[in-house]
Design a protein. Structure first.
Length: 310
């Protein structure tokens, strides 16, 4: 079998932790996620969360919280579910076969009713779902851990005889309706609590990408990504006049050539709230904002779009 046929989306190498990414197509029966890395020499804990979205305010539900802890005499794992900002009853799994400073290979196998976790090819735990598997579309990794690679797989690479799980089809970015420049109508305009979610892939040699919310003669929200100087800017126009670009401060550049991204724009309390790859990047308040008049989403530049939710 061609190894590439196992991949559902490109692997991620040496991501900066904390790291949040989209699981394209979401989770379903038979899907696997393989994470290779190492634990810090002075680590107290780290966590891998399979989330229902990437929102931070309010916080997205976490269907499966996998939390190794090293502070006590024996390493163990806490598993739990976060639902509507409330943690449910946690489950503790003792005998975690991993120590500080060691490398690991974790495999998460998602079945219809539970997730199975193996470490270095050996089964470690089962966790029954408390939230629907179909709602999980985001992976988050946090804490004192170094991640070497994340692979998204459609069948088990360790046990070829496991053929009873249906294969997922690889992601295809061939929808001509989502090519850039992309213009999507917002027929009812925007309203309080309106959320826009864009997922896509940065091209291999990117230069610039823009995302704009527009109405006639007005662009109250324009996000510009410059790959040449690795910067993000927000500005707006009222008629023919554009505001001065406002640079968005980030700890590190949130886009990368050939990598997937997720842009979330939420309108709340008279402001546009922006998050990229799960990281909140601030609130933006253009003057004289008429939400109902905003009738178009426009995306231009160095990206292939996978999905748009308005």
């Amino acid at each position: 079998m061609d190894p590439l046929s196992l991949l559902l989306q490109p692997p991620v190498f040496y991501p900066v932790v904390p790291y949040v990414c989209t699981i394209f197509g979401g989770l379903q029966h038979g899907r696997l996620i393989l994470i290779q890395g190492s634990v810090g020499n002075s680590a107290e804990r780290f966590q891998i969360d399979f989330q229902c979205g990437c929102s931070t305010r309010p916080r997205s539900d976490v269907a499966f919280h996998f939390n190794p802890r090293f502070s006590s005499s024996s390493a163990h794992v806490i598993c739990n579910t976060l639902r509507k900002d409330q943690w449910l009853d946690e489950l503790k799994f003792s005998g975690f076969p991993l120590r500080k400073g060691e490398s690991f290979v974790l495999l998460f196998l998602f079945l219809s009713d539970k997730v199975k976790v193996s470490i270095a090819g050996q089964h470690f735990l089962d966790f029954p779902y408390r939230l629907p598997l179909r709602d999980v579309d985001t992976l988050g990794i946090y804490g004192d851990v170094t991640v070497k690679e994340i692979s998204f797989l459609s069948s088990n690479p360790y046990h070829d005889e496991m053929t009873d799980y249906p294969l997922c089809q690889p992601l295809k970015l061939g929808n001509s309706d989502l090519n850039t420049p992309l213009h999507k109508s917002l027929t009812a305009g925007l309203s309080e609590g309106h959320l826009i979610l864009v997922r896509g892939l940065v091209t291999e040699d990117p230069e610039e990408m823009t995302l704009s919310l527009k109405s006639k003669d007005v662009t109250p929200f324009k996000l510009t990504t410059s790959f040449k100087d690795e910067s993000l800017y927000y500005n707006y126009s009222m008629g023919q006049s554009w505001s001065d670009p406002q640079k968005i401060q980030t700890l590190y550049f949130v886009f990368h050539a050939g990598r997937y991204f997720e842009i979330l724009v939420l309108f709340e309390s008279g402001k546009f709230r922006l998050a990229i790859n799960g990281t909140p990047l601030g609130d933006f308040s253009p003057p004289a904002l008429d939400l109902k008049s905003i009738d178009e989403l426009e995306i231009n530049g160095s990206a292939k779009i996978y999905s748009v939710k308005c």
